[in-house]
Design a protein around this ligand. Structure first.
Ligand SMILES: NC(=O)c1ccc[n+]([C@@H]2O[C@H](COP(=O)([O-])OP(=O)(O)OC[C@H]3O[C@@H](n4cnc5c(N)ncnc54)[C@H](O)[C@@H]3O)[C@@H](O)[C@H]2O)c1
Length: 419
């Protein structure tokens, strides 16, 4: 395929080199002429292993055409890839003006009937691609916009281009997307996700925020380890060796706040230990407050429905456990009772009624059969694995708040965890 690349920085040059290695003809340009001249001479504008050699190979096979004329790129390429910078403004907001300029430039050289794809690789907030395309490209019905987030790391960019964890392609119109995916998704062993533009745009921010969180968390938790006389190297090895619970997707889901007998207690002790150190621990110190704020948010969501007859489906802190210690739903329930909302029915098949009878006597009579509980509430709050059961048995005047981590469709007529 003939590919056009706008921007010859860290991302652009890697895409030029790697797509040419795959046999595509790559037209490329940059507003900085010296970068174009460098590429013409087979010299990478940035330091990155393997790039110079790939540029030499591409140029000698006639597969790389560097030009200062964006018109040459637009006219010759079926797929344009935008790799211009999106730096921060002083207020922290991302500056998308380079993308606007690049798209204005592209539109200048498009003819109304042109069939082209434009893939945006620059990192932008959700909604940007759609807004920019609506603004500048609405007159070009056969131009399809994609968001194709770049996941490479500088220093191993070529390797990351060919071997990545997964490929994400965002597109709001799916015609011909499979054909394009063949070209863009170069590592066939990795999973491919074709999604909408906003989700693809946001996926990059999830990744980078999580990477940042990992760095900060590691510095805090191992800094504390050091101060407590723990062997940091061993402790790090021990933590990372567990790829079942630690380095894994376990516990990484949007759902109920954490609770139970271990996490709150142990995090509180870590917080206690922090006080003995002279380091600052913004992340660790905020675990409990953040969790509490989240429980408050769910409480406010319940109260804001204005419903006074409430059914709670799920009460223990997690599926397949009868443990009620520090269950977030129990906290919600107690807050509702304190507010005077006490017309409440509870059902949870994991409950141990002996425990409820002895330790939570005030709740004993509120526990009903599933059918009774479902008949009771004007509002049904689901916090565990019972969403499907609830949706099958609801009556349609009931408001459903789904606080479980189960995915559900918007059409189900329920309000999710995030309101
Ligand atoms: N650097 C990375 O590791 C990395 C990884 C993933 C995603 N990203 C994202 O990719 C984007 C590009 O990052 P980068 O590090 O390559 O930036 P960069 O600043 O190194 O390169 C951007 C290039 O675009 C050029 N440019 C600006 N306007 C142009 C236009 N109208 N036409 C042609 N060229 C133009 C600039 O002269 C510059 O050479 C950013 O949004 C960044 O967040 C970067």
């Amino acid at each position: 395929m003939n590919i056009g690349i706008l921007g010859l920085g860290y991302v652009g040059i890697v895409n030029v080199a790697c797509f040419s290695k795959l046999g595509h003809k790559v037209y490329c340009t940059d507003v900085k002429n010296f970068k174009v001249d460098q590429v013409k001479a087979g010299k990478s504008p940035i330091v990155e292993p393997e790039i110079d050699q790939l540029l030499h190979e591409g140029l000698s096979k006639g597969l790389i055409i560097a030009t200062s004329d964006p018109g040459e790129v637009v006219k010759n390429a079926e797929l344009l890839i935008v790799c211009v910078g999106t730096p921060s403004k002083p207020n922290g907001e991302v500056n998308t003006s380079y993308i606007h300029n690049a798209v204005v430039e592209i539109a200048r050289f498009l003819n109304p009937g042109d069939k082209k794809f434009i893939a945006f690789r620059s990192t932008v907030p959700p909604g940007t691609t759609e807004a920019i395309c609506n603004h500048y490209l609405s007159g070009f019905a056969d131009v399809t916009a994609l968001f194709f987030p770049e996941f490479l790391r500088e220093g191993s960019a070529v390797k990351d281009f060919f071997e990545y964890g997964r490929c994400v392609i965002g597109c709001d119109s799916h015609s011909q997307i499979q054909r394009l995916a063949e070209v863009l998704h170069v590592c066939k062993e990795a999973p491919l996700f074709i999604t909408d533009l906003k989700t693809a745009e946001y996926s990059k921010y999830i990744d980078n925020s999580f990477h940042a969180l990992k760095v900060v968390f590691a510095n805090e938790i191992f800094g504390l380890a050091n101060d407590l006389g723990v062997n940091v190297e061993d402790a790090h090895k021990i933590f990372t060796a567990d790829n079942k619970l630690n380095i894994s997707s376990r516990y990484f889901r949007p759902g109920m706040p954490f609770g139970g007998s271990c996490l709150p207690k142990d995090v509180r002790e870590v917080q206690h230990l922090l006080n003995k150190s002279d380091r600052s621990f913004s992340i660790l110190n905020n675990l409990i407050p953040s969790n509490e704020q989240y429980i408050n948010r769910l409480y406010e969501q319940i109260v804001s429905t204005g419903k006074k007859k409430i059914t709670l489906i799920g009460l223990t802190f997690k599926n397949y456990s009868d443990d009620l210690r520090e269950s977030p739903v129990l906290k919600l329930l107690n807050s509702l009772l304190e507010l005077g909302i006490d017309d409440i029915s509870i059902w949870d098949e994991d409950l141990n009624m002996e425990t409820v009878r002895i330790d939570f006597a005030h709740l004993y009579l509120k526990v009903k059969t599933f059918e009774e509980a479902m008949r009771h509430g004007e509002l049904v709050v689901v916090s565990k694995r019972y969403l499907d059961m609830v949706l099958k048995n609801r009556n349609h005047s009931q408001v459903i708040l789904n606080f479980s981590d189960k995915q559900y469709s918007q059409e189900a007529g329920i309000t999710n965890l995030f309101g």
